[in-house]
Ligand binder design. Sequence first.
Ligand code: FAD
Length: 424
Amino acid sequence: MTRTAVLGAGALGLTVAYRLAQRGESVVVLEREPIPGGLAAGFQPEPGIWLEKFYHHLFRGDRHAIGLIDEVGLGEDLVWRRPLTATLRDGRVHQLDSPMSLLRFRPLPMRDRLRMGAALAYLKALPNPELLEGRTATDWIRRRMGRRAYDVVWGPLLGGKFGALAEEIAMPWFWARVHDRTPELGYLRGGFQRLYDRLAERIAGAGGELRFGTEVRGVRTSPIGGVLVDTVAETVQVDRVVSTLAVRLTCRLVPELPADYRARHDWGQAYGAQCLVLSLDRPLTDTYWMNINDPGFPFMALVEHTNYMDRADYNGRNLVYLGNYRPMDDPIMSASTDAVVDGFAPHLARINPGFSRDWITDAWAFAAPFAQPIVTVDYRDHIPPFETPIPNLWVASMFQVYPHDRGQNYSIDLANRLVRRLSR
Ligand SMILES: Cc1cc2nc3c(=O)[nH]c(=O)nc-3n(C[C@H](O)[C@H](O)[C@H](O)COP(=O)(O)OP(=O)(O)OC[C@H]3O[C@@H](n4cnc5c(N)ncnc54)[C@H](O)[C@@H]3O)c2cc1C
C-alpha cells in the first residue's frame, strides 16, 4: 500500500490526507503547529469558545468548501447572512457593498460613482479574465474607473494588502476579487476550527496518522526508493510526499530540486498577516467589515465579528479584528500583544469618538508568515505544476491559486484535483 506524507495540516493538507485515507491509502500528516487548520485555525477566547485568529467567512460561490462542510456533516451549522460592509473615508463610515450604496457614496462625485459602477458591472459579467492578462490592476482601474475612484477606494485597498507592490498586481486577480464576491457571507457556527478538527478525526478514523508539533526540516530521496522526510524528532520513510507549504518553503526543504526548477518556481514575494483581536464590553461599530481608506491608521481593516455572528455564541463578548498584511520581517510581526494594543487603540476613537481603552477586556495579537501571495502580472508563469522533478514529491499549495484570491475554497479544490491526479 502506498504511504504518503502530507506536509501541513491546513485546509489543503487535511483535504489531501482525508481523500487519500478515504481511498484506503496510508497517510501521515506532519504539522508544525499543535492544532490543525493552518491560516484558518482558531484560538479560544475562553474555554470551549473558538474564533479564527484571522477573520474568515465564505462566499456563496465557494462550492468546494461548502461541499466539504456538507460532506463531513457540518452543513447545518453553515449560516448565511448579509452583514454590512463599509469604507472609512474622510473620517466617516460609508456603506459600500451594493450598487445602491455606491450611488450614495459621498466621497466620490456622482460621475465617478457611475463610472465605477459600470466598470464593476463589466467585471462581474466577464466570464473569465483572459482579456485582462498582462495588465496591472492599477492601470486598468485608473483608466476604467478614473483616478479619483482609484485614489479614494481601490488604491488604499491594494496598498493595504500589497504595500509597495500594489502597482504591480495582476488585473486578473482584481477581476476575481470582484467576480467571486457575494453580499451573503457564510460562517461555520462555532468556528472553522470545527471543520479542521472533523477532518482530522475522519483521517484518524480511517487509519491515517496526524503528528502535530512536528516541524519538517528537510525532504530527500531515499537510497532504498521512496522519500525521506526529516522532522525535528526523526526521519520518516514514505513512498510519496505531498507538500502543501508555500512553494518557496518547499524549495528550502528540498535541496535536490534542480536549478532550473528553482529559477522558475522559487520566485515571487509573499506578505505575512498580522491581526489584533479585541474583546470589548460593548460594540465598537454597527458594521461587520470596514476598509480603512483614510491615511495614518496602523491597520487596514476593522472586522467586527459580532456584527455578523451572534454575541451570544461568544458569551456576550464583542469581538473585533484589526488586520494588516505586512512584509514578513516587519517588526510588528513579532510585537507583543501589549505593544500592538498600544499602537492600535488610540486610533479607534477616530472611528468611534466614544471609544475608551477601558472597553477592552481582552486582547490577542497573531501573526503568520506566507499568508498572502503577491500576485504580480507575471505570477502565472511561475506557478509550478503538481508534479516536481523529484520522483514522488508533489506540491499543492495555496501559492498555486490563480487568478482567485487565496481562500479555503481554493485550497480544498486544489487538494481534490491533486488527489484525482495522483490516482490516475
Ligand atoms: C488575514 C486572513 C484572512 C483570511 N480570510 C479568509 C476568508 O475570509 N475566507 C477564506 O476562505 N479564506 C481566508 N483566508 C485564507 C485561508 O486562510 C487560506 O487560503 C487557507 O487557510 C490556506 O490553507 P492551506 O492549507 O493551503 O495553507 P496553510 O493554512 O498556510 O497551511 C499550511 C500548513 O503548513 C504548516 N507548516 C508550515 N511549515 C511547516 C513545516 N516546516 N513543517 C510542518 N508544517 C509546516 C503550517 O503551520 C500550516 O498549518 C484568510 C487568510 C488570512 C491570512
